[in-house]
Design a protein around this ligand. Structure first.
Ligand code: NAD
Ligand code: UDP
Ligand code: UDP
Length: 327
C-alpha cells in the first residue's frame, strides 16, 4: 500500500502489548510512524502501552491473530506469541495455533497489501543445539513431541510459511531469530530466568537454579534487540534472513545468579531444582550476518542492562499483586 501525502508509514505490530512489542512501538512512534498494535492480551498487558493512549498516531486493537485481520498498513512486525515456557506450555495447542494460523493470516494480509512482513522467530528453532555457537545455516536439534515443541515447532513452521509465501507469492519477508532478551516490562511471574532471579533477589527469596546451573544462555538487552529488528526491516529486500539477533556474551545460570545478587545487593541463597525436560544445555548466537549485513552488534553489557531491569522490577513489586496481574 502506498501512502499519498507523506513518508510516514502505518505499521502493524502484533503482540504489541507484550515485552518486546511495546518497546518496538515506542521506537516506531519516536521515529514518527503511525502504529496499530494488535494483541489479545494473553501475556501482554495494557500497562505496557498505557503511556501511549494519548498519542494520536497510536491505536490498540484487541484481536487474536489466529483469526483473519483486515487492516490497511505499510509494514507488519509479527510478534504475537507467548514467549516464556510457563506461558507457552499453559495452552500448547493455542501456542501452535498462534504461530501457525497467526503466520498464515499475517502473511495473507501482507500478500494482499504487497507489504513487507517481519517474523519474530527464535533461537528455539535450534532446539538443544549440537553446534556452538549457533549459525543460521544450522538446522537444529528439536524434539517434535516434547513440552517445548508447541513453541519450537510452531516457530519452525512459521519460518517455513514465511519462505513459502516468499517463493510462491513473492511476499517480502524478514526473519529475525531472537536469542534470550531481557529488560523492563518483562512479566514478573513469567518464569524466565532473568525475571525470576531478580524478583527472588529483591524479595530475599532463594534463587532457583534449575539443574546444576552450568547450562548457558546469552542475554541481550531489549534496546539493542529493537535496534536490530528495525535495521533488519530497513535492510535491502534481498536480505530475507533468517538473521540471528542476540548478544554473543555467554553466561552460566550460576554466573547470572551471582551477578543479580551483586547488582541487587541481595543475600538470597541459591537452591537447585530439577531441570525442565528438553532444556537446552548451551546457547550463543553467531552474529556474523547481522554484523556484516545490518552493521548491528549489541552495545549494552549484561551488568549495564540489569540495572534498569532491576529498577523496573523494584517499582513493579512495590505495587499490589492485583494491580500487576490486571490487564
Ligand atoms: P510476550 O509474551 O511479552 O509478548 C507476546 C505478546 O503476544 C503478548 O502481548 C501476548 O498477549 C500476545 N499474544 C499471544 N498470543 C496472541 C494471539 N493469539 N493473538 C494476538 N496476540 C497474542 O513475549 P515477548 O518476550 O515480548 O516476545 C515477543 C515475540 O518475540 C514472540 O513472538 C517471541 O516468540 C519472540 N521472542 C522473544 C524472545 C525473548 O527473549 N523475549 C526470544 C525469542 C523470540
Ligand atoms: N487474510 C487476512 N487478512 C487479509 C488477507 C488474508 O487475515 O487481508 C487471511 C485469510 O483469512 C486467509 C489467510 O490470511 O485465510 C491466508 O491468505 P491467502 O490469501 O494466502 O489464502 P486464501 O485466502 O487464498 O486461503
Ligand atoms: N532457569 C533457572 N531458574 C529459573 C528459571 C530458569 O535456572 O528460575 C534456567 C532454565 O532452566 C534455562 C535458563 O534458565 O536453562 C533460561 O531459561 P528461560 O526460561 O529464561 O529461557 P529459555 O530456556 O527459553 O532459553
Amino acid at each position: 500500500m502506498s501512502r499519498l501525502y507523506n513518508s510516514r508509514k502505518r505499521i502493524l505490530v502484533t503482540g504489541g502489548a507484550g515485552f518486546l512489542g511495546s518497546h518496538l512501538i515506542d521506537r516506531l512512534l519516536a521515529l514518527g510512524h503511525e502504529v496499530i498494535c494488535v494483541d489479545n492480551l494473553f501475556t501482554g498487558t495494557k500497562r505496557n502501552i498505557e503511556h501511549l493512549n494519548a498519542q494520536p498516531l497510536f491505536e490498540f486493537m484487541r484481536h487474536d491473530v489466529t483469526f483473519p485481520l483486515y487492516v490497511e498498513v505499510d509494514e507488519i512486525y509479527n510478534l504475537a506469541c507467548p514467549a516464556s515456557p510457563i506461558h507457552y506450555q499453559h495452552d500448547p495447542v493455542q501456542t501452535t495455533k498462534t504461530s501457525v494460523h497467526g503466520a498464515i493470516n499475517m502473511l495473507g494480509l501482507a500478500k494482499r497489501l504487497k507489504c513487507q512482513i517481519l517474523q519474530a522467530s527464535t533461537s528455539e528453532v535450534y532446539g538443544d543445539p549440537t553446534i556452538h555457537p549457533q549459525t543460521e545455516d544450522y538446522w537444529g536439534n528439536v524434539n517434535p513431541i516434547g513440552p517445548r515443541s508447541c513453541y519450537d515447532e510452531g516457530k519452525r513452521c512459521a519460518e517455513t510459511l514465511f519462505f513459502d509465501y516468499h517463493r510462491q507469492h513473492g511476499v517480502q519477508i524478514k526473519i529475525a531469530r531472537i536469542f534470550n532478551t531481557y529488560g523492563p516490562r518483562m512479566h514478573p511471574s513469567d518464569g524466565r530466568v532473568v525475571s525470576n532471579f531478580i524478583v527472588q533477589a529483591l524479595k530475599g527469596e532463594a534463587i532457583t537454579l534449575y539443574g546444576d546451573g552450568y547450562q548457558t544462555r546469552s542475554f541481550c538487552y531489549v534496546d539493542d534487540l529493537i535496534d536490530g529488528l528495525l535495521r533488519l526491516m530497513d535492510s535491502p529486500p534481498a536480505l530475507t534472513g533468517p538473521v540471528n539477533l542476540g548478544n554473543p556474551n555467554e553466561f552460566t545460570m550460576r554466573e547470572l545468579a551471582r551477578l543479580v545478587l551483586s547488582e541487587t545487593g541481595s543475600s538470597s541463597p541459591l537452591v537447585t531444582q530439577p531441570l525442565p525436560q528438553d532444556d537446552p544445555k548451551q546457547r550463543r548466537p553467531d552474529i556474523t550476518i547481522a554484523q556484516a549485513r545490518l552493521g548491528w552488534a549489541p552495545k549494552i553489557s549484561l551488568s549495564e542492562g540489569l540495572k534498569p531491569t532491576i529498577d523496573y522490577f523494584q517499582s513493579s513489586i512495590g505495587r499490589s499483586r492485583d494491580c500487576l496481574d490486571a490487564n
